[in-house]
Write a protein that binds this ligand. Structure first.
Ligand SMILES: Nc1ncnc2c1ncn2[C@@H]1O[C@H](COP(=O)(O)OP(=O)(O)O)[C@@H](O)[C@H]1O
Ligand SMILES: [Mg+2]
Length: 390
């Protein structure tokens, strides 16, 4: 509760900040009460805003789900958060790896300090080292002054290294040194610096396979994989789809200040049985888009706005509308890779769906040999088992 003293303090502050007409005119009690009331209202609004921001943050960092798998993950995250161990989070894209990392940080004693999120493949290799470890003035032409790296900025906090499987061998070695010694060496600096940072890493690659191909250091893998959490694909936690979809729908309506909507039972059935190759991220996008375009308060089956991923006739290359803003914001090669990935996941999944997970048949239908088809499945993390279940 706001005390009268608090309000008076603010009134005095306002006076100091130039409410000079108050001083130049004779003191009148009515005006003083008016000013105090305004201060109290102002304070109440600030408090309300802080509370709303907090609630919003909690909503965004809340792992939803009541299945055994999700409950298990929440328990594991609680234990991991209390320890200071390096954690490796694995799982397909869109399964909540970043959300799990945020949860670990939020539940850890480091929560008051920073959590720095680094999407490794998004930063060009030539910049990543100086971004992570900083540089000394004069280390290269553009280095006009010393620059702190993200590890130093995250000191006493945590760093989330997303898509660690894409890190070059050179940077893997430097990361390993940090994990062994707790030290970093800024580019162009002779001396090392101690920093206290908790590492949480994530990957959707099979790191064991990368190790076999000498693309990932085995010693780094063991250092990172002190504790491991595997986020389940959405088809593994199908029973959670209604609660997760409703959560996104409610969140969308609240955030956009529109009347609360609900899914009809048939619409929900469709969501539960859809082949979510993009996992929870894809579910979230579709729920949001559906909520935006649906007319009434009850969303019917026909109103669900599946994207082209849901259609076997996906024509990524001649439908420019598919190029959403995100793609245009990333470099050409990365955007091309993204389109290729989306197309390949769709294409292979559609054939696997038709053949109920029979890889030989799906390869034949695609005009590819079985080995190459399997290679693509591995590359894009497509499991034939999930099509057998449907
Ligand atoms: N269990 C969950 N409950 C609620 N939201 C989730 C859950 N898992 C993922 N999300 C949401 O789905 C989106 C994708 O999750 P993210 O953590 O970025 O996945 P990943 O890093 O594995 O690709 C985010 O908006 C995230 O908040
Ligand atoms: Mg991610």
């Amino acid at each position: 509760m706001m005390t009268a003293y608090g309000a008076i303090d603010i009134a005095v502050e306002s006076l100091k900040k130039g409410a000079y007409d108050f001083i130049t005119k004779p003191l009148d009690v009515e005006r003083l009460v008016h000013l105090l009331n305004k201060c109290i209202q102002h304070q109440t609004l600030i408090r309300k805003n802080i509370l709303l921001e907090k609630q919003l943050f909690e909503r965004q960092t809340k792992i939803i789900g009541e299945s055994k798998k999700i409950k298990n993950i929440l328990n594991q995250l609680k234990i991991i958060a209390k320890s200071d161990l390096t954690a490796l989070i694995t799982g397909e894209s869109g399964t909540g790896k970043e959300l799990a990392a945020k949860t670990i940080h939020e539940w850890s004693p480091r929560k008051e300090k920073k959590l720095i999120i680094v999407n490794c493949p998004a930063i060009p290799e030539s910049l990543l080292e100086s971004e992570l470890f900083g540089y000394k003035k004069g280390a290269f032409t553009q280095a006009m002054a010393d620059k702190k790296g993200l590890f130093e900025i995250a000191d006493k906090g945590s760093i989330f290294l997303d898509e660690i499987g894409d890190l070059s061998i050179n940077l893997q070695t430097k990361l390993l040194r940090f994990l062994q010694e707790g030290e970093i060496r800024p580019v162009g600096e002779n001396r090392t610096k101690k920093v206290d940072v908790r590492i949480i890493a994530a990957t959707n690659h099979d790191l064991q396979k990368k190790i076999e191909k000498d693309l990932f250091r085995e010693d780094l893998y063991y250092r990172l994989n002190v504790v491991n959490i595997r986020m389940p694909s959405l088809y593994e936690i199908k029973e959670d789809i209604p609660i997760i979809a409703n959560f996104f729908l409610n969140e969308f309506c609240i955030m956009n200040n529109i009347p609360q909507k609900t899914f009809s039972p048939e619409a929900m059935d469709l969501l539960v049985n859809f082949n979510w190759t993009g996992n929870i991220r894809e579910l979230k996008n579709i729920v949001q888009r559906t909520a935006l375009f649906s007319s009434g308060n009850i969303i019917s089956m026909d109103e669900i706005k599946f994207d082209k991923r849901g259609s076997s006739k996906a024509q990524y290359f001649n439908e420019i509308s598919h190029l959403n803003v995100d793609l245009l914001e990333i470099p050409y090669h990365q955007a091309k890779e993204q389109i290729l990935r989306d197309f390949s996941v769709d294409y292979l999944s559609e054939h696997l769906k038709k053949t109920k997970g029979n890889v030989t048949l799906a390869a034949q239908m695609s005009g590819l040999d079985r080995q190459y088809f399997q290679q693509l499945m591995r590359k894009y993390n497509i499991l034939s088992e999930r099509f057998r279940l449907q």
